[in-house]
Design a protein around this ligand. Structure first.
Ligand code: CA
Length: 636
Protein backbone atom coordinates (compact mmCIF):
# COMPACT_ATOMS: atom_id res chain seq x y z
CA UNK A 1 0.00 0.00 0.00
CA UNK A 2 2.15 2.81 -1.14
CA UNK A 3 0.23 5.36 -3.03
CA UNK A 4 -0.05 8.85 -1.58
CA UNK A 5 -3.18 9.55 -3.64
CA UNK A 6 -5.07 7.42 -1.16
CA UNK A 7 -4.83 10.38 1.12
CA UNK A 8 -6.59 12.78 -1.15
CA UNK A 9 -9.73 12.27 0.77
CA UNK A 10 -9.48 13.42 4.34
CA UNK A 11 -13.16 13.08 5.05
CA UNK A 12 -13.67 11.73 8.53
CA UNK A 13 -10.20 12.84 9.44
CA UNK A 14 -11.24 14.17 12.81
CA UNK A 15 -12.80 10.92 13.96
CA UNK A 16 -9.68 9.73 15.72
CA UNK A 17 -7.80 12.98 16.04
CA UNK A 18 -7.76 12.57 19.79
CA UNK A 19 -9.34 9.42 21.10
CA UNK A 20 -11.30 9.71 24.25
CA UNK A 21 -10.84 7.32 27.11
CA UNK A 22 -14.38 6.03 27.63
CA UNK A 23 -13.39 3.48 30.26
CA UNK A 24 -12.70 6.26 32.74
CA UNK A 25 -16.44 6.45 33.17
CA UNK A 26 -17.02 2.70 33.01
CA UNK A 27 -19.70 1.36 35.33
CA UNK A 28 -18.97 -1.44 37.74
CA UNK A 29 -18.94 -4.64 35.75
CA UNK A 30 -18.31 -8.27 36.59
CA UNK A 31 -14.84 -8.93 35.19
CA UNK A 32 -14.69 -11.30 32.24
CA UNK A 33 -12.01 -12.42 29.80
CA UNK A 34 -13.01 -12.21 26.15
CA UNK A 35 -9.70 -12.35 24.34
CA UNK A 36 -6.20 -13.68 24.81
CA UNK A 37 -3.53 -12.61 22.30
CA UNK A 38 -1.55 -14.46 21.15
CA UNK A 39 -4.34 -17.01 21.00
CA UNK A 40 -1.88 -19.80 21.75
CA UNK A 41 1.86 -20.44 21.86
CA UNK A 42 4.16 -23.40 21.41
CA UNK A 43 6.65 -25.17 23.62
CA UNK A 44 10.21 -25.20 22.38
CA UNK A 45 10.20 -21.75 20.79
CA UNK A 46 13.31 -19.62 21.15
CA UNK A 47 10.88 -16.79 21.90
CA UNK A 48 9.65 -18.29 25.17
CA UNK A 49 8.95 -15.12 27.13
CA UNK A 50 5.48 -14.24 25.93
CA UNK A 51 3.52 -11.14 26.83
CA UNK A 52 -0.09 -12.28 26.93
CA UNK A 53 -2.67 -9.58 26.23
CA UNK A 54 -5.78 -10.27 28.32
CA UNK A 55 -8.90 -8.37 27.36
CA UNK A 56 -12.47 -8.18 28.61
CA UNK A 57 -14.68 -5.88 30.66
CA UNK A 58 -12.64 -5.03 33.79
CA UNK A 59 -10.27 -7.92 33.02
CA UNK A 60 -7.40 -5.69 34.05
CA UNK A 61 -8.75 -5.36 37.60
CA UNK A 62 -8.24 -9.04 38.41
CA UNK A 63 -5.22 -10.49 40.24
CA UNK A 64 -3.82 -13.29 38.12
CA UNK A 65 -2.10 -16.55 38.84
CA UNK A 66 -1.00 -19.23 36.41
CA UNK A 67 -1.26 -22.85 37.37
CA UNK A 68 0.81 -24.92 34.94
CA UNK A 69 4.14 -26.76 35.27
CA UNK A 70 6.89 -24.85 33.47
CA UNK A 71 4.91 -21.67 32.93
CA UNK A 72 5.64 -18.77 35.25
CA UNK A 73 3.80 -15.49 35.55
CA UNK A 74 6.73 -13.12 35.88
CA UNK A 75 4.81 -9.87 35.99
CA UNK A 76 1.29 -8.57 35.53
CA UNK A 77 1.11 -5.16 33.86
CA UNK A 78 -2.13 -3.25 34.33
CA UNK A 79 -2.50 -0.30 31.95
CA UNK A 80 -4.68 2.82 31.66
CA UNK A 81 -7.72 0.91 30.44
CA UNK A 82 -8.98 -1.56 33.10
CA UNK A 83 -10.30 -3.77 30.32
CA UNK A 84 -6.72 -4.81 29.57
CA UNK A 85 -3.82 -6.38 31.38
CA UNK A 86 -0.55 -7.63 29.91
CA UNK A 87 0.86 -10.74 31.57
CA UNK A 88 4.57 -11.50 31.17
CA UNK A 89 4.83 -15.28 30.97
CA UNK A 90 8.01 -17.31 30.90
CA UNK A 91 7.70 -20.75 29.32
CA UNK A 92 10.36 -23.23 30.38
CA UNK A 93 11.98 -25.51 27.77
CA UNK A 94 10.68 -28.42 29.83
CA UNK A 95 7.03 -27.29 29.72
CA UNK A 96 4.69 -29.80 28.08
CA UNK A 97 1.95 -29.03 25.56
CA UNK A 98 -1.43 -28.56 27.19
CA UNK A 99 -3.97 -26.07 28.46
CA UNK A 100 -2.45 -23.40 30.67
CA UNK A 101 -4.98 -22.41 33.32
CA UNK A 102 -5.17 -18.70 33.90
CA UNK A 103 -6.95 -17.69 37.12
CA UNK A 104 -8.05 -14.13 37.82
CA UNK A 105 -9.42 -13.12 41.23
CA UNK A 106 -11.04 -10.03 42.65
CA UNK A 107 -12.68 -10.25 46.06
CA UNK A 108 -14.89 -13.31 45.94
CA UNK A 109 -14.97 -13.38 42.14
CA UNK A 110 -12.87 -15.90 40.22
CA UNK A 111 -12.49 -15.96 36.45
CA UNK A 112 -10.61 -18.78 34.74
CA UNK A 113 -9.57 -19.20 31.18
CA UNK A 114 -7.42 -21.77 29.37
CA UNK A 115 -4.60 -20.79 27.05
CA UNK A 116 -3.13 -23.46 24.82
CA UNK A 117 0.52 -24.42 24.64
CA UNK A 118 0.97 -26.54 21.55
CA UNK A 119 3.69 -28.89 20.37
CA UNK A 120 5.56 -27.60 17.32
CA UNK A 121 5.01 -29.62 14.16
CA UNK A 122 7.64 -30.63 11.64
CA UNK A 123 5.96 -29.01 8.66
CA UNK A 124 8.21 -26.72 6.63
CA UNK A 125 8.08 -23.08 7.67
CA UNK A 126 10.26 -20.05 7.16
CA UNK A 127 12.04 -21.65 4.20
CA UNK A 128 12.88 -18.25 2.74
CA UNK A 129 12.90 -17.13 -0.88
CA UNK A 130 16.10 -16.64 -2.84
CA UNK A 131 17.18 -15.83 -6.37
CA UNK A 132 16.19 -19.42 -7.20
CA UNK A 133 12.56 -18.35 -6.79
CA UNK A 134 10.01 -16.51 -8.87
CA UNK A 135 7.36 -14.82 -6.72
CA UNK A 136 3.81 -14.33 -8.00
CA UNK A 137 1.83 -11.53 -6.33
CA UNK A 138 -1.92 -12.06 -6.31
CA UNK A 139 -4.75 -10.17 -4.68
CA UNK A 140 -6.88 -13.01 -3.32
CA UNK A 141 -10.20 -11.15 -3.67
CA UNK A 142 -9.48 -10.66 -7.36
CA UNK A 143 -7.79 -13.94 -8.34
CA UNK A 144 -10.18 -16.87 -7.98
CA UNK A 145 -13.38 -17.61 -6.09
CA UNK A 146 -13.40 -21.16 -4.77
CA UNK A 147 -16.28 -20.71 -2.34
CA UNK A 148 -19.13 -18.37 -3.28
CA UNK A 149 -20.71 -19.06 0.14
CA UNK A 150 -18.07 -16.88 1.83
CA UNK A 151 -18.23 -13.88 -0.51
CA UNK A 152 -20.03 -11.70 2.02
CA UNK A 153 -21.39 -11.80 5.55
CA UNK A 154 -24.30 -9.70 6.77
CA UNK A 155 -22.72 -9.33 10.22
CA UNK A 156 -19.53 -7.69 8.93
CA UNK A 157 -19.00 -3.94 8.80
CA UNK A 158 -19.02 -4.05 5.01
CA UNK A 159 -21.64 -6.60 3.96
CA UNK A 160 -21.14 -6.05 0.23
CA UNK A 161 -19.78 -8.20 -2.54
CA UNK A 162 -20.46 -7.23 -6.13
CA UNK A 163 -18.28 -8.06 -9.10
CA UNK A 164 -19.99 -5.35 -11.13
CA UNK A 165 -18.63 -2.71 -8.76
CA UNK A 166 -14.86 -2.24 -9.14
CA UNK A 167 -14.62 -0.87 -5.58
CA UNK A 168 -16.40 -3.70 -3.78
CA UNK A 169 -15.24 -7.16 -2.87
CA UNK A 170 -15.48 -9.66 -5.69
CA UNK A 171 -15.48 -12.90 -3.70
CA UNK A 172 -12.07 -14.35 -4.48
CA UNK A 173 -10.59 -16.50 -1.73
CA UNK A 174 -7.80 -18.84 -0.68
CA UNK A 175 -9.67 -21.95 -1.73
CA UNK A 176 -9.90 -20.44 -5.20
CA UNK A 177 -6.18 -19.75 -5.34
CA UNK A 178 -5.49 -23.29 -4.13
CA UNK A 179 -7.35 -24.59 -7.19
CA UNK A 180 -4.69 -23.04 -9.44
CA UNK A 181 -1.47 -24.35 -7.97
CA UNK A 182 -0.92 -26.26 -11.20
CA UNK A 183 -1.12 -22.97 -13.10
CA UNK A 184 1.67 -21.50 -10.96
CA UNK A 185 3.75 -24.62 -11.47
CA UNK A 186 3.23 -24.58 -15.24
CA UNK A 187 4.30 -20.95 -15.44
CA UNK A 188 7.47 -21.56 -13.42
CA UNK A 189 6.37 -19.67 -10.32
CA UNK A 190 7.90 -21.02 -7.10
CA UNK A 191 6.38 -18.74 -4.46
CA UNK A 192 2.99 -17.10 -4.03
CA UNK A 193 2.59 -13.75 -2.30
CA UNK A 194 -0.92 -12.62 -1.43
CA UNK A 195 -1.83 -9.09 -0.47
CA UNK A 196 -2.75 -9.36 3.25
CA UNK A 197 -5.08 -12.13 4.27
CA UNK A 198 -5.72 -11.01 7.85
CA UNK A 199 -9.23 -9.89 8.78
CA UNK A 200 -10.20 -6.47 7.44
CA UNK A 201 -13.63 -6.01 9.03
CA UNK A 202 -13.56 -2.43 7.85
CA UNK A 203 -16.52 -0.32 6.76
CA UNK A 204 -16.67 1.05 3.26
CA UNK A 205 -14.19 3.93 3.26
CA UNK A 206 -13.79 6.89 1.00
CA UNK A 207 -10.56 6.42 -0.93
CA UNK A 208 -9.88 8.89 -3.69
CA UNK A 209 -13.49 9.98 -3.85
CA UNK A 210 -15.17 6.56 -4.10
CA UNK A 211 -16.59 4.39 -1.33
CA UNK A 212 -14.53 1.22 -1.33
CA UNK A 213 -14.33 -2.12 0.37
CA UNK A 214 -11.10 -2.97 2.16
CA UNK A 215 -10.51 -5.79 -0.31
CA UNK A 216 -6.81 -4.95 -0.56
CA UNK A 217 -6.37 -6.12 3.02
CA UNK A 218 -4.11 -3.44 4.50
CA UNK A 219 -6.39 -2.49 7.40
CA UNK A 220 -6.22 -5.32 9.94
CA UNK A 221 -9.03 -5.56 12.48
CA UNK A 222 -8.04 -8.78 14.29
CA UNK A 223 -4.47 -10.02 13.89
CA UNK A 224 -5.32 -13.55 14.91
CA UNK A 225 -8.00 -14.19 12.30
CA UNK A 226 -7.59 -14.58 8.57
CA UNK A 227 -10.56 -12.86 6.92
CA UNK A 228 -13.66 -15.07 6.77
CA UNK A 229 -14.28 -13.91 3.22
CA UNK A 230 -10.98 -15.46 2.21
CA UNK A 231 -11.81 -18.67 4.08
CA UNK A 232 -10.42 -17.94 7.54
CA UNK A 233 -7.45 -19.50 9.33
CA UNK A 234 -8.32 -23.02 8.18
CA UNK A 235 -8.29 -22.09 4.48
CA UNK A 236 -4.99 -20.25 4.86
CA UNK A 237 -3.34 -23.18 6.61
CA UNK A 238 -4.75 -25.52 3.96
CA UNK A 239 -3.42 -23.29 1.18
CA UNK A 240 0.10 -23.27 2.65
CA UNK A 241 0.05 -27.04 3.13
CA UNK A 242 -1.13 -27.66 -0.44
CA UNK A 243 1.40 -25.20 -1.83
CA UNK A 244 4.22 -26.82 0.11
CA UNK A 245 3.14 -30.24 -1.11
CA UNK A 246 3.55 -28.91 -4.66
CA UNK A 247 6.97 -27.42 -3.89
CA UNK A 248 5.63 -23.86 -3.81
CA UNK A 249 6.46 -21.40 -1.07
CA UNK A 250 4.19 -18.76 0.47
CA UNK A 251 5.01 -15.13 1.24
CA UNK A 252 2.90 -13.35 3.87
CA UNK A 253 2.20 -9.65 3.53
CA UNK A 254 2.63 -8.02 6.95
CA UNK A 255 1.59 -4.57 8.12
CA UNK A 256 3.07 -3.01 11.26
CA UNK A 257 2.66 0.69 10.57
CA UNK A 258 -1.07 0.84 11.04
CA UNK A 259 -4.26 -1.10 11.65
CA UNK A 260 -7.80 -0.64 10.43
CA UNK A 261 -10.02 1.92 12.11
CA UNK A 262 -12.20 -1.04 13.15
CA UNK A 263 -9.36 -2.92 14.82
CA UNK A 264 -10.71 -4.17 18.12
CA UNK A 265 -7.90 -2.49 20.07
CA UNK A 266 -8.72 0.82 18.40
CA UNK A 267 -12.37 0.61 19.38
CA UNK A 268 -11.28 0.27 23.02
CA UNK A 269 -7.70 1.51 23.29
CA UNK A 270 -5.49 -0.12 25.94
CA UNK A 271 -3.91 3.28 26.50
CA UNK A 272 -3.74 6.58 24.71
CA UNK A 273 -0.18 5.93 23.55
CA UNK A 274 -1.19 2.72 21.71
CA UNK A 275 -1.50 4.98 18.67
CA UNK A 276 0.28 8.06 17.48
CA UNK A 277 -2.21 10.73 18.44
CA UNK A 278 -2.06 14.35 17.40
CA UNK A 279 -3.96 17.44 18.63
CA UNK A 280 -5.62 17.51 15.21
CA UNK A 281 -5.57 14.88 12.52
CA UNK A 282 -2.12 14.74 10.95
CA UNK A 283 -1.36 12.79 7.82
CA UNK A 284 2.10 11.48 7.04
CA UNK A 285 3.91 13.60 4.48
CA UNK A 286 4.78 10.42 2.53
CA UNK A 287 8.16 12.15 2.09
CA UNK A 288 10.91 9.81 3.18
CA UNK A 289 13.90 12.08 2.52
CA UNK A 290 14.00 13.64 6.04
CA UNK A 291 14.72 10.19 7.46
CA UNK A 292 18.04 9.87 5.62
CA UNK A 293 18.74 13.60 5.20
CA UNK A 294 21.57 14.64 7.58
CA UNK A 295 20.20 18.20 7.44
CA UNK A 296 16.59 17.31 8.26
CA UNK A 297 14.44 18.95 10.93
CA UNK A 298 12.93 16.77 13.66
CA UNK A 299 9.35 17.77 12.84
CA UNK A 300 9.72 16.56 9.25
CA UNK A 301 10.84 13.17 10.53
CA UNK A 302 8.02 13.06 13.07
CA UNK A 303 5.31 13.83 10.53
CA UNK A 304 6.69 11.22 8.13
CA UNK A 305 6.82 8.50 10.81
CA UNK A 306 3.98 9.36 13.19
CA UNK A 307 1.49 10.96 10.83
CA UNK A 308 -1.29 8.64 9.73
CA UNK A 309 -1.19 6.95 6.34
CA UNK A 310 -4.87 7.75 5.80
CA UNK A 311 -7.63 8.68 8.26
CA UNK A 312 -9.03 5.15 8.38
CA UNK A 313 -5.67 3.46 9.15
CA UNK A 314 -4.63 4.51 12.68
CA UNK A 315 -0.86 4.73 13.12
CA UNK A 316 0.57 2.34 15.70
CA UNK A 317 3.09 3.63 18.23
CA UNK A 318 5.76 0.96 18.07
CA UNK A 319 7.85 2.73 20.70
CA UNK A 320 5.18 1.64 23.15
CA UNK A 321 6.60 -1.70 24.37
CA UNK A 322 3.14 -3.30 24.55
CA UNK A 323 2.52 -2.46 20.90
CA UNK A 324 5.97 -3.75 19.94
CA UNK A 325 5.45 -7.04 21.78
CA UNK A 326 1.97 -7.45 20.30
CA UNK A 327 3.31 -7.06 16.76
CA UNK A 328 6.47 -9.14 17.17
CA UNK A 329 4.62 -12.03 18.78
CA UNK A 330 2.03 -11.96 16.03
CA UNK A 331 4.76 -12.21 13.40
CA UNK A 332 6.24 -15.28 15.08
CA UNK A 333 2.81 -16.79 15.68
CA UNK A 334 1.91 -16.40 12.00
CA UNK A 335 4.98 -18.23 10.72
CA UNK A 336 4.62 -21.00 13.28
CA UNK A 337 0.85 -21.36 12.84
CA UNK A 338 0.62 -21.25 9.06
CA UNK A 339 4.12 -22.24 7.95
CA UNK A 340 4.74 -19.27 5.66
CA UNK A 341 8.19 -18.94 4.16
CA UNK A 342 8.85 -15.25 3.68
CA UNK A 343 7.67 -11.98 5.06
CA UNK A 344 6.86 -8.94 2.92
CA UNK A 345 6.45 -5.81 5.01
CA UNK A 346 4.08 -3.09 3.94
CA UNK A 347 4.90 0.64 4.27
CA UNK A 348 8.29 -0.30 5.74
CA UNK A 349 9.74 3.20 5.83
CA UNK A 350 6.83 4.59 7.85
CA UNK A 351 7.65 2.32 10.81
CA UNK A 352 9.84 3.05 13.80
CA UNK A 353 13.10 1.60 12.51
CA UNK A 354 14.57 0.36 15.84
CA UNK A 355 11.30 -1.53 16.27
CA UNK A 356 11.64 -3.01 12.79
CA UNK A 357 15.14 -4.22 13.67
CA UNK A 358 13.81 -5.92 16.80
CA UNK A 359 11.03 -7.55 14.85
CA UNK A 360 13.33 -8.71 12.05
CA UNK A 361 15.78 -10.11 14.60
CA UNK A 362 13.03 -12.04 16.37
CA UNK A 363 11.89 -13.64 13.10
CA UNK A 364 15.43 -14.45 12.00
CA UNK A 365 16.34 -15.91 15.40
CA UNK A 366 13.37 -18.27 15.26
CA UNK A 367 13.54 -18.97 11.50
CA UNK A 368 17.10 -18.34 10.27
CA UNK A 369 16.26 -18.96 6.59
CA UNK A 370 13.16 -16.78 6.41
CA UNK A 371 13.41 -13.90 3.97
CA UNK A 372 12.15 -10.45 4.93
CA UNK A 373 11.62 -7.77 2.32
CA UNK A 374 9.93 -4.46 2.96
CA UNK A 375 8.16 -1.98 0.77
CA UNK A 376 10.03 1.32 0.77
CA UNK A 377 8.84 3.29 -2.23
CA UNK A 378 11.89 5.52 -2.70
CA UNK A 379 13.58 6.85 -5.81
CA UNK A 380 17.29 6.77 -4.91
CA UNK A 381 19.66 3.94 -4.13
CA UNK A 382 20.95 5.64 -0.99
CA UNK A 383 17.42 5.91 0.38
CA UNK A 384 16.67 2.32 -0.57
CA UNK A 385 19.91 1.10 1.02
CA UNK A 386 18.96 2.77 4.32
CA UNK A 387 16.15 0.26 4.86
CA UNK A 388 18.23 -2.89 4.26
CA UNK A 389 21.59 -4.17 5.45
CA UNK A 390 24.01 -1.76 3.83
CA UNK A 391 27.57 -0.50 3.64
CA UNK A 392 26.76 3.16 4.23
CA UNK A 393 27.79 4.96 7.44
CA UNK A 394 24.22 5.89 8.37
CA UNK A 395 23.65 6.76 12.05
CA UNK A 396 21.00 4.02 12.12
CA UNK A 397 21.79 0.59 10.65
CA UNK A 398 18.95 -1.57 9.38
CA UNK A 399 19.14 -5.34 9.79
CA UNK A 400 16.52 -6.08 7.14
CA UNK A 401 17.85 -8.76 4.77
CA UNK A 402 16.00 -7.59 1.65
CA UNK A 403 13.60 -5.05 0.23
CA UNK A 404 11.52 -4.38 -2.84
CA UNK A 405 13.77 -2.81 -5.48
CA UNK A 406 11.84 0.33 -6.38
CA UNK A 407 14.92 1.99 -7.83
CA UNK A 408 15.55 -0.77 -10.35
CA UNK A 409 11.85 -0.82 -11.22
CA UNK A 410 12.02 2.90 -11.92
CA UNK A 411 15.16 2.51 -14.02
CA UNK A 412 13.72 -0.36 -16.03
CA UNK A 413 10.40 1.37 -16.71
CA UNK A 414 11.98 4.67 -17.73
CA UNK A 415 14.63 2.94 -19.82
CA UNK A 416 12.12 0.66 -21.52
CA UNK A 417 9.86 3.57 -22.43
CA UNK A 418 12.79 4.99 -24.41
CA UNK A 419 13.38 1.74 -26.32
CA UNK A 420 13.07 2.28 -30.06
CA UNK A 421 13.15 6.06 -29.74
CA UNK A 422 15.90 8.62 -30.14
CA UNK A 423 16.66 8.45 -26.41
CA UNK A 424 17.51 4.74 -26.41
CA UNK A 425 21.12 5.65 -27.20
CA UNK A 426 21.27 8.71 -24.95
CA UNK A 427 24.05 9.35 -22.42
CA UNK A 428 21.82 8.72 -19.41
CA UNK A 429 18.88 7.08 -21.14
CA UNK A 430 17.51 3.75 -22.31
CA UNK A 431 19.45 0.77 -20.93
CA UNK A 432 21.88 3.20 -19.29
CA UNK A 433 19.21 3.73 -16.62
CA UNK A 434 19.29 0.06 -15.73
CA UNK A 435 23.08 -0.06 -15.84
CA UNK A 436 23.27 2.92 -13.48
CA UNK A 437 20.80 1.49 -10.98
CA UNK A 438 22.76 -1.76 -10.75
CA UNK A 439 26.12 0.05 -10.69
CA UNK A 440 25.16 1.43 -7.27
CA UNK A 441 24.77 -2.03 -5.73
CA UNK A 442 27.97 -1.28 -3.81
CA UNK A 443 25.80 0.38 -1.16
CA UNK A 444 23.98 -2.83 -0.25
CA UNK A 445 25.38 -5.60 1.88
CA UNK A 446 23.76 -8.12 -0.48
CA UNK A 447 21.84 -6.78 -3.47
CA UNK A 448 20.86 -10.29 -4.57
CA UNK A 449 18.35 -10.32 -1.70
CA UNK A 450 16.35 -7.46 -3.17
CA UNK A 451 13.01 -8.42 -4.71
CA UNK A 452 12.68 -7.05 -8.24
CA UNK A 453 9.47 -6.19 -10.05
CA UNK A 454 7.97 -4.31 -12.98
CA UNK A 455 4.58 -3.50 -11.48
CA UNK A 456 2.34 -4.31 -8.54
CA UNK A 457 -1.13 -3.64 -7.16
CA UNK A 458 -0.29 0.04 -6.52
CA UNK A 459 1.29 0.79 -9.91
CA UNK A 460 0.13 1.02 -13.49
CA UNK A 461 0.22 -2.39 -15.09
CA UNK A 462 3.50 -3.04 -16.84
CA UNK A 463 2.04 -3.65 -20.31
CA UNK A 464 0.25 -0.31 -20.19
CA UNK A 465 3.41 1.45 -19.01
CA UNK A 466 5.01 -0.01 -22.14
CA UNK A 467 2.32 1.54 -24.32
CA UNK A 468 1.14 -2.04 -24.99
CA UNK A 469 4.30 -2.57 -27.04
CA UNK A 470 4.94 -6.31 -26.66
CA UNK A 471 8.56 -5.91 -27.76
CA UNK A 472 9.25 -3.63 -24.79
CA UNK A 473 7.23 -5.94 -22.55
CA UNK A 474 9.42 -8.88 -23.53
CA UNK A 475 12.65 -6.96 -22.99
CA UNK A 476 11.46 -5.95 -19.52
CA UNK A 477 10.47 -9.47 -18.54
CA UNK A 478 13.78 -10.77 -19.87
CA UNK A 479 15.67 -8.32 -17.68
CA UNK A 480 13.47 -9.12 -14.68
CA UNK A 481 14.01 -12.85 -15.01
CA UNK A 482 17.75 -12.76 -15.66
CA UNK A 483 19.33 -9.89 -13.75
CA UNK A 484 20.29 -10.01 -10.08
CA UNK A 485 17.65 -10.20 -7.38
CA UNK A 486 14.58 -12.26 -6.57
CA UNK A 487 12.03 -11.62 -9.32
CA UNK A 488 8.36 -11.06 -8.57
CA UNK A 489 5.50 -10.76 -11.04
CA UNK A 490 2.08 -9.25 -10.53
CA UNK A 491 -0.82 -11.56 -11.38
CA UNK A 492 -2.03 -11.31 -14.94
CA UNK A 493 1.14 -9.80 -16.38
CA UNK A 494 1.71 -13.16 -18.07
CA UNK A 495 -1.64 -12.96 -19.89
CA UNK A 496 -1.24 -9.33 -20.97
CA UNK A 497 -3.55 -7.82 -18.37
CA UNK A 498 -3.28 -4.08 -18.76
CA UNK A 499 -4.56 -0.76 -17.42
CA UNK A 500 -3.50 2.45 -15.82
CA UNK A 501 -4.71 3.53 -12.40
CA UNK A 502 -7.20 5.72 -14.15
CA UNK A 503 -9.72 6.55 -12.84
CA UNK A 504 -8.58 4.46 -9.86
CA UNK A 505 -6.31 1.60 -8.83
CA UNK A 506 -9.28 -0.76 -9.18
CA UNK A 507 -8.33 -0.78 -12.88
CA UNK A 508 -5.06 -2.55 -12.11
CA UNK A 509 -6.82 -4.99 -9.78
CA UNK A 510 -9.27 -6.54 -12.23
CA UNK A 511 -10.39 -10.13 -11.76
CA UNK A 512 -8.27 -12.87 -13.28
CA UNK A 513 -10.44 -14.16 -16.16
CA UNK A 514 -11.53 -17.69 -15.42
CA UNK A 515 -11.16 -17.43 -11.68
CA UNK A 516 -14.83 -16.75 -11.00
CA UNK A 517 -18.02 -18.74 -11.51
CA UNK A 518 -19.69 -17.71 -14.74
CA UNK A 519 -16.57 -16.25 -16.36
CA UNK A 520 -16.82 -16.51 -20.14
CA UNK A 521 -13.06 -16.70 -20.64
CA UNK A 522 -10.70 -18.98 -18.78
CA UNK A 523 -7.18 -17.69 -19.13
CA UNK A 524 -5.80 -20.37 -16.84
CA UNK A 525 -5.81 -22.67 -19.89
CA UNK A 526 -4.11 -22.36 -23.28
CA UNK A 527 -7.48 -22.93 -24.97
CA UNK A 528 -8.95 -19.95 -23.16
CA UNK A 529 -6.16 -17.57 -24.12
CA UNK A 530 -5.82 -15.68 -27.37
CA UNK A 531 -2.82 -16.23 -29.63
CA UNK A 532 -1.18 -13.08 -28.28
CA UNK A 533 -1.86 -14.11 -24.68
CA UNK A 534 -0.42 -17.55 -25.29
CA UNK A 535 2.65 -15.97 -26.88
CA UNK A 536 3.16 -13.86 -23.74
CA UNK A 537 2.39 -16.74 -21.38
CA UNK A 538 4.81 -19.04 -23.19
CA UNK A 539 7.48 -16.35 -23.24
CA UNK A 540 7.31 -15.97 -19.47
CA UNK A 541 7.05 -19.72 -18.98
CA UNK A 542 10.12 -20.44 -21.12
CA UNK A 543 12.26 -17.95 -19.25
CA UNK A 544 10.86 -18.85 -15.83
CA UNK A 545 11.34 -22.57 -16.34
CA UNK A 546 14.85 -21.99 -17.66
CA UNK A 547 15.61 -19.81 -14.67
CA UNK A 548 14.23 -22.43 -12.29
CA UNK A 549 16.74 -25.03 -13.41
CA UNK A 550 19.86 -22.95 -14.08
CA UNK A 551 21.92 -22.03 -11.02
CA UNK A 552 23.90 -19.36 -12.89
CA UNK A 553 20.72 -17.28 -12.63
CA UNK A 554 20.28 -18.12 -8.93
CA UNK A 555 23.70 -17.78 -7.45
CA UNK A 556 25.89 -16.66 -10.33
CA UNK A 557 27.71 -13.36 -10.40
CA UNK A 558 26.43 -10.48 -12.50
CA UNK A 559 28.79 -8.66 -14.86
CA UNK A 560 27.36 -5.86 -16.95
CA UNK A 561 29.00 -3.89 -19.73
CA UNK A 562 28.42 -0.23 -20.36
CA UNK A 563 25.68 0.15 -22.95
CA UNK A 564 26.96 1.42 -26.30
CA UNK A 565 24.78 2.70 -29.12
CA UNK A 566 21.67 1.39 -27.35
CA UNK A 567 23.10 -2.13 -27.05
CA UNK A 568 23.31 -3.54 -23.51
CA UNK A 569 24.96 -6.83 -22.59
CA UNK A 570 25.35 -8.56 -19.25
CA UNK A 571 26.30 -11.99 -17.98
CA UNK A 572 25.27 -14.23 -15.10
CA UNK A 573 27.93 -16.82 -14.44
CA UNK A 574 29.33 -19.37 -12.05
CA UNK A 575 31.75 -22.29 -12.37
CA UNK A 576 29.10 -24.42 -14.07
CA UNK A 577 27.52 -22.03 -16.53
CA UNK A 578 27.42 -18.64 -18.22
CA UNK A 579 24.27 -16.93 -19.46
CA UNK A 580 24.57 -13.87 -21.67
CA UNK A 581 21.74 -11.37 -22.12
CA UNK A 582 22.14 -8.96 -25.04
CA UNK A 583 19.58 -6.25 -25.69
CA UNK A 584 19.12 -4.08 -28.74
CA UNK A 585 17.05 -1.14 -27.57
CA UNK A 586 17.11 0.64 -30.95
CA UNK A 587 14.44 0.40 -33.65
CA UNK A 588 16.84 -1.14 -36.20
CA UNK A 589 18.57 -4.52 -36.39
CA UNK A 590 22.10 -4.30 -35.00
CA UNK A 591 25.34 -6.21 -35.16
CA UNK A 592 27.05 -6.55 -31.80
CA UNK A 593 30.79 -7.34 -31.93
CA UNK A 594 31.72 -9.46 -28.91
CA UNK A 595 35.49 -8.90 -28.66
CA UNK A 596 34.81 -6.41 -25.86
CA UNK A 597 33.20 -9.17 -23.78
CA UNK A 598 36.26 -11.46 -23.83
CA UNK A 599 36.52 -11.42 -20.04
CA UNK A 600 33.32 -13.45 -19.92
CA UNK A 601 33.16 -15.06 -23.36
CA UNK A 602 36.66 -16.45 -23.92
CA UNK A 603 36.62 -20.22 -24.09
CA UNK A 604 33.05 -20.37 -25.41
CA UNK A 605 32.58 -21.25 -29.09
CA UNK A 606 28.84 -21.52 -29.44
CA UNK A 607 25.60 -20.71 -27.68
CA UNK A 608 22.02 -21.85 -27.34
CA UNK A 609 19.32 -19.24 -27.67
CA UNK A 610 17.17 -19.99 -24.63
CA UNK A 611 14.04 -18.44 -26.12
CA UNK A 612 14.17 -20.01 -29.58
CA UNK A 613 16.26 -23.13 -29.01
CA UNK A 614 18.54 -22.20 -31.92
CA UNK A 615 22.27 -22.85 -31.74
CA UNK A 616 24.68 -20.06 -32.65
CA UNK A 617 27.96 -21.45 -33.88
CA UNK A 618 29.75 -18.15 -34.40
CA UNK A 619 29.98 -15.83 -31.43
CA UNK A 620 32.30 -13.19 -32.95
CA UNK A 621 29.34 -11.00 -33.70
CA UNK A 622 25.72 -11.28 -32.62
CA UNK A 623 22.86 -10.26 -34.86
CA UNK A 624 20.24 -8.57 -32.72
CA UNK A 625 16.82 -7.78 -34.17
CA UNK A 626 15.35 -4.36 -33.37
CA UNK A 627 13.88 -3.98 -29.87
CA UNK A 628 14.88 -7.43 -28.71
CA UNK A 629 16.68 -9.07 -25.82
CA UNK A 630 18.31 -12.44 -26.47
CA UNK A 631 19.27 -14.89 -23.75
CA UNK A 632 22.20 -17.11 -24.68
CA UNK A 633 23.55 -20.08 -22.77
CA UNK A 634 27.22 -20.09 -23.70
CA UNK A 635 28.77 -23.45 -24.58
CA UNK A 636 32.34 -24.65 -25.11
CA1 CA B 1 -15.58 -16.57 -2.07
Amino acid sequence: MSHPLLARCRRGAAVLGTLLLPWLAAAQTTPTIQRLNPTNWWVGMKHHDVQLLVYGPQAGTLSYTVDYPGVKLVKANPVENPNYIFLDLSISPTAKPGQVKLVGKKGDQTVTRNWELRARDNAPKGQGVTQADLIYLAMPDRFANGDPANDKFADMADPNADRANPFYRHGGDLQGAAQHLDYFKELGVTAVWFTPVIENDQPLTDEGGAMRSAYHGYGFTDHYNVDRRLGGNAAYKAFVEKAHAQGLKVVQDAVYNHVGINHWTVKDLPMKSWLHQWPTYTNTSYKQQPITDPHAAAIDKKVMLDGWFVPFLPDLNQQNPYVANFLIQHALWSVEMFGVDAWRIDTYMYNDQPFMNRCNAALLTEYPKIHIFGESAVTSVVDQAYYVRNKVAFPFKSNQPGGLDFVLEGGMLAGLKEVGGKDATGWDNGPQRVYQALAQDALYEDPTKLVTFLDNHDHNRFLSEMGEDVAKYKIGLTWLLTTRGIPSMYYGTEILMKNFKNPSDAEVRRDFPGGFPGDQDNKFTAAGRSAAENDAFNFVKTLAQYRRTHPALHSGQLMQYLPENGLYAYFRYDNAGTVMVATNTTDKPATLPTARFAERMSGFSKARNVLTGETLSDLKTLQLPAKTAVVLELQK
